[in-house]
Ligand binder design. Structure first.
Ligand code: GTP
Ligand code: SPV
Ligand code: MN
Length: 582
């Protein structure tokens, strides 16, 4: 039975069903009983495996096809009417042409299958900032993941209006040659075919909450960003919030859930997680920038997650979690991944589905981009403000990436405009989160290169416009780099919980509580202002981490100018040279 009377919704579902020709249509009402039945069905067909219910209650394992393990940026399209509006960094095709091409792929794609109709909300249902969508899919795995990652079911269905975001996903033949992740921002529409991997098929996440939402935000005066949101509670009990953009697999989930170093814990420092991947930001009634997390769960990188690096994330995955492409420990029917512990299972199945002995095999048990899908409320440090429909007021915006050399541990922009520049020149070594080479430096402005639903230079202009509205209430903007290495390639900064040492300085700067040093690229801490007690880092190493190598930065400035050229004639005014004193 349909969960809405909205005619636009019903007509669209009818049209999509006529094209894909499913045998059954099932509305997802969000009830436990219905989800439980789907879990049982998925286990019966082998699509998922039920894990040890004593050790991992409510947890399941899923393996995707071996050629379908990450986002596919080369198959991701922004199909707006004018090509120039998509910009040079998005794939584009004329909407009519793309609709026609997709129609061929979708026709009959659900024959003999069930089409699930998932009504969902990004944000607290009924709140001012929530937005609603429907995902149609023929995959139970997608239904169950969406039910963790978003607020699905009847309550969301009741909010559907004509401007709902339409999402169609069909598994089809899972043919990589015909894999398409397509956005029609002007039509509020997302179409995904021939994939079963997270970011390609959980359409509420990157497709809606970033690509479609960034376009809506530009037109409506708000921002959708690839940012974690966290609250830092100081020993006085004040909680100050920041949002931080790092590219995929560069540490958002880890930072969002960090556990303070012991010496900080003793003083009373705490970190509260509001979100680990996406932030929707608006100017509040008080003129400040407010952030809310539109998601309801975490789709986190499994490898490297352990009791030491991120106990909060690990704890979040101990119940009601779906694991994708990790190793299956057959001895006790649990899961394992590289970096979980030093005791890989001997009797296991690897992420490809082959028998695997972790003690002797030279292959990885889990895919480097294997993931957990865990409910946000499982996280021990989830913020009491997580469900606050107003969100949280942001004091600092932080950019960062993986840079072995150039970028210092932390620096602050001189003002908002300079901060937008700092975000626009972000660069990072690529990771396994998207298909392609790993470890190559690429420019990834604001960590949004793969997620901006329109022309990147128009996006920079939108940032500048937001700064004008915010005026002197604008958050301060910083850049961090946890990934500087020595000549042997070892990380110089311990990272993880120790990153709080840097956040402390950032927060002091936001509230004018500490001085800084002026450098050619912006403001930096005085080395003695970063608390190193118990970090194992020497003052000498810290000075190295903060050093700005002007030779490298002059090279960088040349690369930036060349990069900016790509976006002409739309790059907003000032030349990038204005921002350096090299
Ligand atoms: P997406 O979910 O893809 O957007 O990734 P993310 O930005 O949330 O990255 P995540 O926190 O999952 O971290 C990805 C990888 O970076 C993991 O292998 C971590 O172990 C590693 N990592 C995270 N934080 C740090 C850090 O402070 N230092 C170092 N050296 N590695 C880190
Ligand atoms: C990312 O790649 O930034 C992710 C995972 O958060 S995905 O949902 O695949 O985009
Ligand atoms: Mn992400």
């Amino acid at each position: 039975m349909a969960l809405t009377n909205n005619q636009a919704v019903l007509d669209w579902i009818h049209e999509m069903a006529a094209m894909t020709q499913p045998e059954h249509i099932v509305w997802i009402d969000g009830s436990d009983a219905q989800l439980e039945e789907l879990r049982a069905q998925a286990c019966a067909t082998g699509e998922m495996e039920k894990l040890n219910q004593e050790k991992l209650p409510g947890c399941y394992l899923h393996r995707t096809a071996v050629n379908d393990v990450a986002r596919v940026e080369d198959r991701t399209f922004i199909c707006c009417r004018k090509q120039e509006d998509a910009g040079p960094t998005n794939n584009w095709m004329a909407p009519e042409e793309m609709y026609a091409r997709l129609r061929r792929l979708y026709t009959g794609a659900m024959k003999g299958r069930t089409m699930y109709v998932i009504p969902y909300s990004m944000g607290v249902v009924g709140s001012l900032f929530a937005k609603y969508g429907i995902e149609l899919t023929d995959s139970i795995y997608v239904v169950l993941n969406m039910a963790i990652m978003t607020r699905v079911g009847l309550a969301a269905a009741r909010q559907l209006e004509d401007d709902f975001v339409k999402g169609l996903h069909a598994t089809a033949d899972n043919d990589p040659e015909n894999r398409y992740i397509v956005h029609f921002p002007e039509d509020n529409t997302i179409m995904s075919v021939n994939s079963g991997y997270g970011g390609n098929v959980l359409l509420g996440k990157k497709c809606f909450a970033l690509r479609i939402a960034s376009y809506l935000g530009k037109n409506q005066g708000w921002m959708a960003e690839h940012m974690l949101i966290l609250g830092v509670e100081n020993p006085q009990g004040e909680v100050r919030y920041l949002a931080a953009a790092f590219p995929s697999a560069c540490g958002k989930t880890n930072l969002a859930m960090l556990i303070p170093p012991e010496h900080y814990r003793k003083m009373g420092w705490k970190v509260w997680c509001v979100g680990d991947d996406i932030a929707w930001l608006r100017v509040g009634p008080d003129g400040r920038l407010w952030a809310m997390n539109p998601e309801y769960g975490f789709f986190g990188v499994a490898p490297g997650t352990n009791e030491k690096s991120n106990p909060n994330a690990l704890q979040a995955t101990r119940k009601d979690t779906i694991f994708t492409n990790v190793a299956h420990n057959l001895d006790d029917n649990t899961v394992w991944w590289e970096g979980l512990d030093k005791n890989p299972p001997e009797h296991a199945v690897d992420w490809k589905g082959n028998p695997w002995n972790g003690k002797t095999s030279t292959e990885k048990g889990a895919h480097p981009n294997s993931r957990f899908t865990a409910p946000a409320k499982n996280c021990p440090c989830i913020s009491p403000e997580f469900e606050n429909p107003a969100g949280v007021p942001i004091s600092a915006l932080v950019f960062g990436g993986r840079r072995a050399k150039t970028a210092p541990l932390v620096y602050q922009s001189r003002d908002w405009e300079h901060g937008v520049f700092v975000g626009s020149i972000m660069a990072s070594e690529t990771t396994a989160a998207a298909t392609g080479d790993v470890g190559v430096v690429r420019r990834d402005p604001m960590a949004m290169l793969p997620f901006c639903g329109y022309h990147m230079a128009d996006y920079w202009r939108h940032w500048l416009d937001m700064g004008k509205v915010l005026g002197d209430k604008a958050p301060k903007i910083f850049n961090v780099n946890w990934f500087r290495t020595d000549d042997a390639g070892h990380f110089l900064w311990p990272g993880f919980g120790d990153n709080l040492r840097v956040l402390e300085w950032i927060m002091h700067r936001c509230f004018d509580e500490i001085e800084a040093v002026d450098t050619p690229i912006g403001f930096e801490p005085k080395a003695e202002d970063i608390d190193l007690e118990g970090s194992g880092v020497s003052l000498e190493t810290l000075k190295g981490l903060l050093s700005v190598d002007t030779t490298l930065w002059k090279e960088e400035a040349k690369e930036i100018s060349a990069f900016y050229q790509k976006f002409e004639p739309r790059v907003p005014a000032r030349s990038c040279q204005d921002f350096f004193a090299l």
